[in-house]
Write a new protein. Sequence first.
Length: 79
Amino acid sequence: IIRQSLNGGVFDATLFMHEHPVGPMPILRGAGRDNTDDMAMHSGAAQEIWQKLKIGHLKACPKRGFGYFVPPKEKCVIM
């Protein structure tokens, strides 16, 4: 699965990458990173396509440490 994040959302670009107008490379380069700035340069139509690929949103991790093997109450997750 090729996942990208945009504006706090998480998107599955696995199937779409082969339909991308310039091919799969831009999507592969953006896998696993925040692509909010990259999406800002795309047209409204392109941004609408990405909304259909949304699979969740990022939940922020707590900023503090958890100590020695004490699991956090909230986990860093894709929801």
